[in-house]
Write a protein that binds this ligand. Sequence first.
Ligand code: GDP
Ligand code: MG
Length: 204
Amino acid sequence: MEQHPSKERTLVIIKPDGVQRSLIGEIVKRYERVGLKLIGIKMAIPTREMAIKHYYEVGGDAWLEEVGRKARENYEKKGLQSPFATNMENGKAIMEANAKYLSSGPVVAMIWQGNQAVALVRKITGSTEPLSSDVGTIRGDLTLDTYQMSDLDQRSIRNLIHASGNVSEAEKEIPIWFEKAEILNYTHLQEKILYDVNLDGILE
Ligand code: GDP
Ligand code: MG
């Protein structure tokens, strides 16, 4: 049987800058209040290997190529030329920088569940570069990094959050961070209001 839309799951990681900026509560609040259900949460200090696994095992060469292509386009939009010969080389450099960033301190990994969980979390999180993320999103409201500055300093862009890009990415990422037993099956009372077909439990 097809899974009901209310069961869609996504992985969110509050990156080390989010923890150091004391934004755990603020970030959790934003996913919680939209109606998503938290079904797994833990703190961890990822190793470099774990971080590489997260980026590379899930995305593979296609992700390196894609992220490298995006980076080249970002250079060109600013009238600059990418310092890398190929998209792949740029992608590898981004992955290495990301792995250093993710393993630089404690992170909070979470699984959120609900209708369109992946798209909803991406919407609330905002686009990758904080300067151009919309106002009202986590990255747009709570931080200020730019590709220009992170490239100048040869480091990863500090954008507070990792959020799965699509459902298949989420399903690959979740088992990297969580054991089966750490993912909780339970009913949240608000699901009655969000998803119940008849809403027949309200009136006395
Ligand atoms: P996200 O899903 O919005 O986090 O973005 P991606 O999956 O495309 O990229 C993952 C991470 O790679 C981002 O959070 C950034 O840290 C980094 N990244 C992505 N695109 C670029 C880019 O164009 N330039 C640089 N320097 N880093 C990038
Ligand atoms: Mg992504």
